[in-house]
Design a protein around this ligand. Structure first.
Ligand SMILES: [Zn+2]
Length: 67
């Protein structure tokens, strides 16, 4: 499944299916009672915009992982 990422260096938007789920702590509930997935997504190929490997919190992504 491709996800949409935003490069934190250049703000370029790109799709990638090359990522790994890291630090998966499952579903948590925030102080407002909303459920979210406590995990991180690590790119496994370099960002097409800046060439670096980025790491994102799942909550930063536009993908509706936890819902
Ligand atoms: Zn980048």
């Amino acid at each position: 499944m491709e996800l949409v990422f935003v490069c934190p260096e250049t703000n370029a938007v790109f799709n990638s299916a090359d990522y790994a789920i890291m630090d998966n702590n499952g579903i948590r509930t925030d102080p407002q009672g909303r459920k979210y997935m406590d995990a991180a997504v690590l790119l496994t190929t370099p960002c097409p915009s800046c060439g670096r490997i980025h790491r994102y919190d799942v909550g930063e992504l536009s993908c509706p992982f936890g819902s």
